[in-house]
Design a protein around this ligand. Structure first.
Ligand SMILES: [Zn+2]
Length: 479
């Protein structure tokens, strides 16, 4: 397999260079149109039947191919749009004209001639360009793996569907409508999401889920307008102290949330504990990178800590700090918080647990800004308002899709992949997973230091090689 993948490197790089050359910020529908047309050609060339599914936003690309001996269907999800670029922040002239670079003695990447690829391909070289990693690189990896399979006159043991989301970087606003309108077109047994970076160890990675999130605002109140801290200090209550007390009551010294029922329903079986402990995270390295003396004690290790809901303060504000600061008792203090959700903790319930917690401390919780009458009546008002939230998803470690993919990777790499039970972040694809109600696993393929969403986005050639091998392993693994 390795020799075949090696021979495919140059065609893969040429095809990626070609795809990257089409700008893909979804604010420009004409650009997305061009990206879709490119995909139509690329997938049709490989024998796929392609469709462009319209919705009120930008069209969704769907490619389908059936194989006579296949009974199951696997759907692959990618996105073809990219983050906006500001060309002057990049070290290359045009972020859509992919360049080849090698790391110099000083650690900086320097341009090398593209034609060098004709004779050698060094895994440590990188190609730089928008979407080289996020998410066009992975699309090319799958296409090239299909080419290898076809050149061997083999076919995958399952039918394939490929979805290319045109607006992932904008939060996939049209996805839900397209799904509802064309539900039958998205029938599949398994969903594989190829997006995002691999584990920092760069060992082949499977991510079985991701946390959701819900945000809420808390506000407390002092005098109706800011007052002189000399004339009213010791008399007018300061909303900053009240907000600080409310928030401080929610966590203990070790970072564990004290809200009743916050961690209810979360339990790990032996297998889950084993999977989490096996992830090669290095606590010392993580803490040194974050420059923190000690981590919070919610889980026994980094992975475990991500399996619980988290309570986070996004920001706090009261009067002015820095330029413009004044000797006043402020009128208001506001904090924006969020809860990262797990499948056991539904957004609404979690927000209401926090609400009850605040009430139990003796405060008056209102879901609207207080009226003058309310301010006169209740000494300690907390305003609380939440947004709807995005749910979490997690596929069981022992679910058939998880076992199948673990086997596929273990067989071709001769070692177990890193299995992330659930990653900490939230990705727009959750709505897709939820709407389809299909077992899903994320198979990230690109290097962790790819500068995703930033200038100088890049793909390490070793990751292109590994990504094609991973795709080929999946395409040839009995299902
Ligand atoms: Zn992405």
């Amino acid at each position: 397999m390795d020799a075949m993948v090696a021979r495919q490197m140059l065609p893969a790089l040429e095809e990626l260079k070609d795809y990257v050359s089409i700008p893909n910020d979804a604010v420009n529908p004409e650009d997305i149109q061009e990206n879709v047309q490119w995909a139509e050609k690329a997938f049709a060339k490989r024998g796929f039947q392609t469709s462009v599914l319209k919705n009120a936003r930008l069209p969704l690309f769907l490619a389908e191919m059936s194989f006579p001996k296949a009974s199951k269907t696997v759907m692959f999800y990618f996105h073809l749009d990219g983050q906006p670029v500001r060309a002057d922040e990049w070290q290359q002239e045009d972020p859509f004209r992919m360049v080849l670079r090698e790391k110099g003695a000083d650690g900086a990447y320097e341009d090398i001639n593209w034609n060098l690829l004709q004779s050698t391909i060094n895994d440590e070289w990188r190609v730089f360009g928008r979407s080289s990693s996020d998410d066009k690189g992975p699309i090319i990896m799958l296409l090239q793996a299909l080419d290898m399979l076809q050149s061997e006159r083999q076919s995958p043991p399952f039918n394939i569907k490929v979805v290319l989301d045109p607006e992932e970087e904008k939060g996939s606003p049209g996805l839900k409508e397209t799904l509802e309108k064309h539900k039958d077109r998205f029938q599949a047994d398994y969903l594989i999401v190829m997006d995002g970076p691999m584990h920092a160890s760069n060992i082949p990675t499977l991510t079985l889920g991701c946390r959701g999130s819900v945000g809420f605002t808390l506000a407390t109140y002092g005098p109706i307008t800011p007052q002189h801290s000399g004339h009213y200090g010791n008399y007018a209550p300061n909303p900053g102290f009240l907000l600080a007390k409310v928030i401080a009551s929610m966590k203990d010294e070790q970072g564990r949330v004290l809200v009743d029922g916050f961690y209810n329903g979360i339990a790990f079986d032996e297998e889950a504990l084993k999977v989490m402990a096996a992830v090669p995270d290095n606590k010392e390295e993580i803490n040194a990178r974050l420059v923190i003396a000690e981590e919070e004690k919610v889980g026994n290790n980094y992975q475990e800590s991500l399996q619980y809901p988290s309570l986070n303060i996004r920001g706090m504000q009261s009067a002015v700090v820095g330029k413009g600061a004044a000797t006043i008792v402020p009128d208001e203090a506001v904090a924006l918080l969020d809860i990262r959700l797990v499948p056991e903790t539904e957004a609404k319930r979690m927000v209401s647990l926090v609400d009850s917690h605040i009430q139990k401390q003796g405060y008056t919780v209102l879901n609207h800004a207080p009226t003058t009458e309310e301010r006169l009546r209740y000494p300690q008002i907390v305003f609380m308002q939440s947004s709807g939230g995005t749910p979490a998803f997690r596929t069981d470690v022992n679910a058939p899709i998880s076992v199948w993919l673990r086997k596929a990777l273990a067989n071709s790499y001769k070692k177990e992949p890193v299995v992330i039970r659930m990653m900490g972040g939230t990705v727009p694809v959750v709505s897709f997973v939820q709407a389809l109600d299909v077992p899903a696993v994320l198979v990230p393929l690109v290097n962790v230091d790819n500068n995703q969403h930033s200038p100088d986005e890049n793909l390490r050639l070793g990751n292109l090689r590994m990504g094609m091998k991973t795709c080929l392993s999946i395409l040839t693994s009995p299902i």
